[in-house]
Ligand binder design. Sequence first.
Ligand code: FDA
Length: 511
Amino acid sequence: GASSAHTENDFLECLSLQFRKSNSESDSIYTPLNASYSSIFQSSIRNLRPASKSGQKPVVIITPEHESQIQAAIYCSKKHGIQLKVRSGGHDYEGLSYISQTSFFIVDMRNLRSISIDTEKNTAWVQTGATLGELYYTISQKSKTLAFTAGVCPTVGVGGHFSGGGYGMMSRKHGIAADHIIDAKLIDANGQILDRESMGEDLFWAIRGGGGTSFGIVVAFEVKLIVIPETVTVFNVTRTLEQNATQLVHRWQYVADKIDDNLLLRLFLRSINSSGKRTIRASFTSLYLGRVDDLLIIMQEKFPELSLVKEDCTEMRWIESILFFAGFQGRSLDILLNRTQASTRYFKGKSDYVKQPIPEYGLKGIWKFLNQEDVNRAELQFSPYGGRIYNISESEIPFPHRSGNIFMIHYGVGWSEEENAKSGRHINWIRKLYTYMARYVSKSPRAAYFNYRDLDIGMNSIEGNTSYKQASVWGFKYFKHNFRRLVHIKSKADPTNFFRNEQSVPPVSPW
Ligand code: FDA
């Protein structure tokens, strides 16, 4: 209505005044009147589903080049009651970084993406607007034996990814991204710029897996880099049901978390249409941190059923393996710097944790789901745990999925623009599959991975207060008992709940 337009105008005036005060260019402010507004809004959106539902467009998008502009944004947001959302890579599964039910604006971190590498201390300061591809590329230009352990898709943003976990192809050997954060620069609800020392160990604990969103705006993370061999080996072998895929996937569950830490065997399960007939394909997509001859010895001893041969494998540099797993094999490394490479489409994702191997008849039930004719582009990923992930305690950081989890399941289904009118049946499909899987996965809580955000598992009240009990429904799934500590920290760090979204930690006392 008129009064909300009034508030929005006051808010915009506040922003430009504050920006002028700090001598910053106001071309980092995009209102709907600005010609670039739409392209800036859409450029990092990876999933069209959330934005195509109801919801509002941001009143303004700001792309700060300096911290003072973030401080200004916080000040004006508070003063005029326009909700702030922060976006780094825009890969949030539910679009929580760029859509809202209430009047809001976006602080888009794209211009804060510098990366500085210290090859003496093996550390890096990474601004949160950087993508994983930019980070991997930059490390590879400095050293042949340094790397970082984080996700596979190069366009994922550091801001959301590191603050929510960060699993990738080296996670069995080296853990997740959040395990390696050693310092951070955070702007809190009072606009104060804090580092590890001034924020204190509680807040520093919270932003390593508990999601940045609830606690402030992370401007940069300092991480410990990892040391890798100059040559690594990759393979991707696919087996059909005729080639014993069911037995192999079943057997994989007894091997994947126990095998040599240097080896990560990730499984992709799909149904493909081959000359009018549906068939299941299981692809074992793998990285070994070492040479092919050593890999073959390990596979022969621990997983001979897969019959891996030398011809299946390729030796390469670690940075080339990044291209391989991103589907860019043979391309020039520069492609990692392309922030708009991935195709945008509609999808829904969900996650689970498996603690007991799924029996063969259970797998056959999954194949039935995958073979349903009306679902295209559906896929399950089984990501093995074990190794370093198991050696870290559940409470070390908020990410709690440690010892006892054999693997994580990612369920995904995608569809095109033309099919979006019938998106309901894809959503129904994935929800039914999730219901079917209940008997095979973790219980009380049925755990989920925060970075695979899923609003089906529960959410906060859009307006008004969310009780501890209400938030616990989703909170314990993502964080288990760490959720209590997150709530406690939130209550101290941001008692007025300035930083909030549909699944942010609420400031209420659990005691
Ligand atoms: P986005 O900008 O959407 O932010 C996500 C959330 O974090 C939002 O709530 C946002 O407000 C908040 N946030 C962002 N920047 C912040 C900042 N600077 N300070 C405070 N809060 C901030 N995961 C994984 O572990 N391994 C993988 O291999 C992959 N692969 C993958 C591929 C693809 C195609 C997608 C779409 C997603 C993944 N993911 C993943 C999941 C990914 O880790 C998850 O979506 C991250 O939150 C994305 O971070 P972005 O910064 O890109 O998202």
